[in-house]
Write a protein that binds this ligand. Structure first.
Ligand code: NZQ
Ligand code: ZN
Length: 386
């Protein structure tokens, strides 16, 4: 196992009715900016619950943060934070609202000239404005990690940011919110969390037995609850397991002491930036080609995954590895997710070249756990995903 240092300071309030406890988690004299998305919280009862819980606080609202949170929109919220002397941010939403809030947490205290530099120059945030979250969509793990991904529509760019200053102070996880999530977003949540685990697991062995088993157990839980939660999102037992699995998939725990990949996400983010495809679906597009292209270096882990997660007992190592790849694609299909780029856009030709050129320009010369997937490999992987 590799050396590591691990600290995750986010307090989790999990379960039925936890939104009621919101008031005790926010500093008494805080001036709060509450951030939300396109309005789902106004029709599913979450807005009422939050407003009731915070009736004694001085609150300003900022709605309209779009899926794949946009820089331009967030800059409007930043103006409000400054003009109104806001001291605490509250995100009520899914990954997009929480990520947007993380950007604002960082930008509010940023001393440089142009907040876009936080993203384009990947400036780590050591201290941000404190914020909490009320999660409405299990998927990204953003509620218990310190990363965010922000889009700039005018340049079709999507950049990641992060740093130890960007953990939420608290996150409220009430699985009852899952009941109103549309099927498309439930499928996205399952696929995103599943791929988060794969990115931190499908590398090479460093004999980290516990991390491997934790990763495998999250994958198995997601596979087990997927049919139930897709059939009935108000199934509280399934919703609880779905929600906690998504959080555990990307709260930092399973990545300690092991190598991680993240190449699927890096390529996937470009597909969202270029074509607006849902984040999780871009991962499903890239995964099979990435694992097939890198079969040699990932064979041991792929075979272990096929054996332990999918119970494949027959065949040589390579056959098991290939079966694992096919079963992953079949899992995405079982969620109703299409896995080739041409099923999402007619303009797919040339995408591979655009993405490899962008990686080259950004100096991303070698990605993946070995730092050896070159822009030219990226081109081939994306082409295999057409
Ligand atoms: O905007 P509203 O009206 O709230 O509707 C949202 C949105 O349309 C809706 N929704 C959310 N909760 C709901 C609900 N509808 C009904 N009932 C509810 N309870 O769902 C739609 C999608 O929401 P969004 O927040 O965009 O989805 P998700 O949580 O999948 O977040 C995706 C974003 O997170 C980034 C992605 O790149 C993407 O921008 N990611 C963030 C990560 C992180 N911070 O660690 C890691 C991920 O890999 C990912 O990159
Ligand atoms: Zn993701």
């Amino acid at each position: 196992m590799n050396n590591f240092q691990f600290k995750n300071p986010t307090k989790i309030l999990f379960g039925k009715g936890q939104i009621e406890n919101l008031a005790t988690e926010i500093p008494e004299n805080a001036k709060v900016l509450m951030l939300f998305g396109g309005g789902s919280i106004k029709t599913n009862g979450v807005y009422e619950q939050v407003s009731k819980a915070l009736s004694k606080f001085d609150i300003i609202e900022f709605g309209g943060i779009p899926a794949n949170p946009e820089y331009e929109v967030l800059m409007e919220a930043l103006d409000i934070i400054k003009a109104e002397n806001i001291t605490f941010l509250l995100a009520v939403g899914g990954g997009s609202v929480i990520d947007g809030t993380k950007f604002l947490s960082s930008a509010a205290l940023y001393e440089g000239e142009e907040p876009w530099d936080i993203l384009s120059k990947n400036k780590r945030t050591l201290e941000g404005m404190p914020f909490g979250t009320v999660l409405t969509l299990p998927a990204t793990g953003s509620e218990m990690n310190s990363g965010a991904v922000i889009t700039r529509a005018e340049t079709k760019e999507k950049f990641a940011m992060g740093g130890p200053g960007l953990f939420p102070v608290f996150s409220i996880l009430d699985p009852q919110v899952v009941a109103s999530i549309p099927e498309r977003q439930i499928a996205n949540g399952l696929a995103d969390a599943f791929t988060h685990v794969l990115e931190q697991y499908m590398t090479y062995s460093v004999d980290a037995k516990l991390q491997d088993r934790l990763a495998e157990s999250i994958l198995q839980t997601l596979i087990e609850v997927a049919p139930a939660i897709l059939k009935d999102p108000s199934d509280y037992k399934a919703a609880s397991n779905f929600m906690w699995s998504c959080t555990m998939a990307l709260n930092g725990l399973i990545q300690q002491g092991v190598p991680s990949d993240w190449a699927i996400h890096m390529m996937g983010h470009e597909l969202t930036a270029l074509y607006g495809i849902d984040h999780a679906r871009t991962l499903a597009i890239i995964a099979e080609s990435h694992y097939t292209f890198n079969l040699d270096s990932k064979k041991d882990k792929l075979a272990q995954y096929a054996e332990r997660v999918w119970n494949i007992t027959e065949g040589k190592k390579e056959e098991k590895a290939l079966a694992g790849i096919k079963l992953t694609t079949a899992f995405f299909h079982s969620l109703g997710i299409k896995t080739t780029l041409s099923e999402y856009t007619k303009d797919y030709k040339g995408t591979a070249q655009i993405i490899s050129k962008r990686f080259e320009e950004r100096g991303w010369k070698g990605i993946g756990e070995h730092g050896k997937v070159t822009p030219s490999d990226v081109e081939k992987i994306v082409e295999m995903s057409y």
